[in-house]
Design a binder for this molecule. Structure first.
Ligand SMILES: *[C@@H]1O[C@H](CO)[C@@H](O)[C@H](O)[C@H]1NC(C)=O
Ligand SMILES: *[C@@H]1O[C@H](CO)[C@@H](O)[C@H](O)[C@H]1NC(C)=O
Length: 450
């Protein structure tokens, strides 16, 4: 805060810097960045990751990276206060983990959405945009630095549960493997296998578990490591994936065991219909997931698999998209119905959750493998346990729509050429940062409409 006052004073003295201010939503810092490092008035330069700082709406005293909470002002729980350990080993529910619980809304996403809605001049579109803040998404713990947010949300959810009498469920994505995203580049993580990655990862899991343990009244559901196990099924020809295989398995095993011990319901990421849904991949995939389940002790908290995370496939397509030709599993329900028997015979009685956050519009892609900021995508079916399939526990929004999949800037260290394809919206900022024009399209193309 002090530094932005200082910079404001400095730019008053140096008019050239004023001319060089970055626009709202524009980049204002990061490794290799040589452009403006201050933002136009009404927005604040906010660090998103080492590679990217972005001008977000707001003033220095209310940066969106410091989300507001609904904690009663009298009882903020210090993250360092003594944990109240659960009195006994958690007992899993035989049923759907969402049943009887209200989903806690991430204040970070609600804040992003509120700021984005305010920036829309068309009042009808702005009202629709603002309503997205009420739709639950998942919180991506994509670096150790996000764990204090988890601590805050748990504390907030616990207080809300007590004050409202409505039990709260918190949705997270565990996403910090060493050598993460081994077959692509846009989501490179903070840990590397060569540099103590496994120990760093175990420490990351330990910190998550320590936070969760303090709030046994809040139920937690986790998606485990998007793309990682699917990459081990199909992408071992990529050197980075081959090198990562042993470490990925050891780390996922550690995560599942530790999370199960504190009663977290886990769903391992299982790619989507256009990836593991090809007939040749189904059996190897089922065998890998069943082995991971078995190696982690077959805990009943290891509920099953998450599909279509951050992807665009329909749960049930009206007609097959032409790009799916050759795959009988042309949508998520066909994929799940085909994978389920293979899992059962491999010894894993899995149930599923399916991301439909950006699946409102279909037949948008040039190729099925395209995954980056697909042009024309709309928000999809709202989260619900009314899924139409006994194999599917819930339709969910795992990917917070509006957060970018990856940059289209070919000079960025995290550039992935997929994000510069003709079916990808451009110019796109770095992965995870806010992509305003993309969000506006998701809102206007939402199906069912907002
Ligand atoms: C990873 O595997 C998928 C599915 O077989 C394939 O489409 C994709 O091209 C592979 N990625 C790389 C980088 O080889
Ligand atoms: C693209 O990224 C490079 C390296 O980070 C940066 O210098 C350049 O200004 C960026 N270009 C745009 C249009 O953001």
């Amino acid at each position: 805060m002090r530094s932005s006052v200082f910079l404001a004073a400095l730019s008053a003295l140096l008019p050239a810097y004023v001319a060089g201010q970055a626009q709202q939503w524009g980049q204002c810092g990061g490794i290799g960045w040589t452009g403006a490092t201050t933002c136009v008035s009404g927005s604040v330069c906010t660090k998103q990751n080492d590679y990217y700082s972005q001008c977000l709406p707001g003033t220095a005293t209310s940066a969106p990276s410091n989300p507001p909470t609904s904690l009663p002002s009298s009882s903020p729980t210090s993250p360092t206060s003594a944990p109240s350990s659960p009195s006994s080993t958690p007992t899993p529910s035989a049923n759907n983990p969402w049943t009887g619980y209200q989903i806690y809304l991430s204040p970070y996403y609600a804040n992003e959405v509120a700021a984005a809605a305010k920036a829309i001049s068309d009042s009808t579109l702005a009202a629709k945009a603002a309503s997205v803040a009420q739709i639950p998404t998942f919180t991506w713990l994509d670096s150790v630095s996000k764990i204090p947010d988890l601590q805050q949300y748990l504390s907030d959810a616990s207080a809300l549960g007590k004050s409202s009498g409505q039990k709260q469920l918190l949705q997270i994505v565990v996403y910090d493997l060493p050598d993460r995203d081994c077959a692509a580049k846009a989501s490179n993580g903070e840990f590397s296998i060569a540099n103590n990655g496994q120990a760093n990862y175990e420490n990351y899991i330990d910190q998550i578990v320590a936070a969760i343990k303090q709030f046994p009244d809040v139920r937690v559901v986790a998606v485990i490591e998007p793309d990682s196990l699917a990459n081990l099924v199909t992408n071992l020809s990529v050197q980075k994936c081959a090198n990562a295989q042993t470490t990925y398995l050891a780390c996922v095993n550690y995560a599942l065991k530790q999370l199960s011990a504190v009663g977290v319901y886990s769903y391992m990421d299982a790619g989507h219909a256009g990836w593991l849904g090809w007939p040749a991949n189904l059996t190897p995939a089922a065998q890998l997931f069943a082995k991971v389940y078995s190696d982690a002790g077959k805990s009943p908290f290891i509920k099953g698999l998450a599909t279509n995370v951050a992807n665009y496939n329909a749960l049930s397509a009206a007609t097959p998209d032409p790009i799916t030709q050759g795959d009988p599993n042309y949508d998520e329900i066909h994929y799940i119905n085909s994978l389920s028997p293979a899992l059962t015979s491999a010894g894993f009685p899995a149930t599923f959750i399916v991301d439909q956050g950006r699946s409102g519009q279909q037949n948008l892609r040039q190729q099925w493998g395209d995954w980056c900021n697909i042009k024309g995508a709309g928000f999809g079916t709202r989260p619900t346990t009314n899924t139409g399939s006994s194999l599917i526990d819930s339709i969910v929004w795992v990917k917070p729509g509006g957060e970018c999949d990856g940059t289209s800037n070919s000079s960025s260290p995290r550039f992935d050429s997929t994000c510069a394809l003709s079916d990808a919206a451009q110019p796109a900022p770095e992965a995870g940062t806010w992509f305003q024009s993309y969000f506006e399209t998701l809102v206007s193309k939402a199906n069912p409409p907002l």
